[in-house]
Write a protein that binds this ligand. Sequence first.
Ligand code: DLL
Length: 441
Amino acid sequence: MSDASAQAAVCWQPEIERMDREALEQLQLERLEATLTRVYRTLPFYRQRLDAAGVDPDAVRSVEDLRRVPFTTKEDLRASYPYGLFAVPLRDVVRLHASSGTTGLATVVGYTRNDLRHWGSAVARVLVAGGVTREDVVQVAFHYGLFTGGFGLHQGAELVGASVIPMSSGHSRQQLRIMQDYRTTALACTPSYAMHLADELLEAGVPRGALSLRLGLFGGEPWSEGLRRQLEEKLQISATDNYGLSEVLGPGVAGECGEKRGLHLAEDHLLAELVDPVSGAPARPGAVGELVLTTLTKEAFPLLRYRTGDLTTLTTERCACGRTLARMGRVLGRTDDLLIVKGVKVYPSQIEAVLVALEGADPHYQIVLTRRASMDEATVLVEVSEAIFFDEMRRQSGLRETIARRLAEELGVHVAVRLVERKSLDRGDGKAARVVDRRGA
Ligand code: DLL
């Protein structure tokens, strides 16, 4: 997008999305003070935490002061299962969702009517930033249920006035049929599921001309620039990334605009910090750090300094689209996925970036983590085309060596590679299981 057209970039809530940063920071501070007072009054958990840290909620006068407030972690949420951190009585809660946690108890999150209103408009912003208008037919292929993806995207798309197809995930062939018959123009799902649908289209021999698709709104899991290029090419669409987590809101926390250079955060609803994942101190400017979020408008489930576990960057540099909201970079990985292989830090996203650039290797992969003698080891399983899988050993091992060499160049350390047959890795219809952690086994 050029500077000239930037002025014309459409925003769902221009008064917020292009707000002068000073005014925005003032708004954040006012909302932060209100949130602190409220959680201190209503939630024994936070009262004890703040008292123990010697923080008087009324004395927090700046974002710097907030740094004295202790972090809230996933473990804290688990310990309060199911309703221990709800700041309103259950009768004021009109919706419940849960995090997709596969280990331990899921985290239950609640929304009041106001929370749902804010959530809807935050998702609408993301959709409009990604190019959606009321003329669009949006196929929501995120799962509908306790997961926030389906309902979250649904309510945002309805608010924009698009025609919404509540497909949910799965039933890929039916998805393709409906995509053609209903003339879907925008697809919302995880990037791995979009790739699966693109493969199925090819396999079913559906010519691209039979589709009306023009936009992809992808999120819910990490993906790379390489995967974006492949999806844009295969589906002939413009694809944008959107980020969120159920604990904080669900989708709608951040989303890319047409510039595709970072995801604009819903800073009127949340305050974002970036910290060093080990020390917890503020990350150096420009450095990768763990995203920490404080909610500013949530009534039912407010959170102070929640450690998302997601590694990213932050910038408040003005975006060419005209939005003043800060941008986070693509999520590079999770603090719990961070591998130290022979002393070298490895993020799963680096592995994907290598694979999508290689001919013969599909971007369907899985990283299996094991631990031997207190050292992390990683084996990368990569799906390859049938032709290669059943080909002579020489070609197969040639490809394996190429992948291993490229990975070693990119990561600075050697990881084992195994080629597997097409469709042998779990592709699911929601989030792809990219990392299988057997380190504790
Ligand atoms: O995944 C909410 C969501 C739904 C976001 C649909 C976007 C679209 P959870 O199931 O609680 O919520 O999972 C949250 O997923 O902490 C990240 O690790 C990861 N994640 C979500 N979006 C992205 C993204 C939803 N765009 C967790 N890029 C987060 C990378 C993402 N990781």
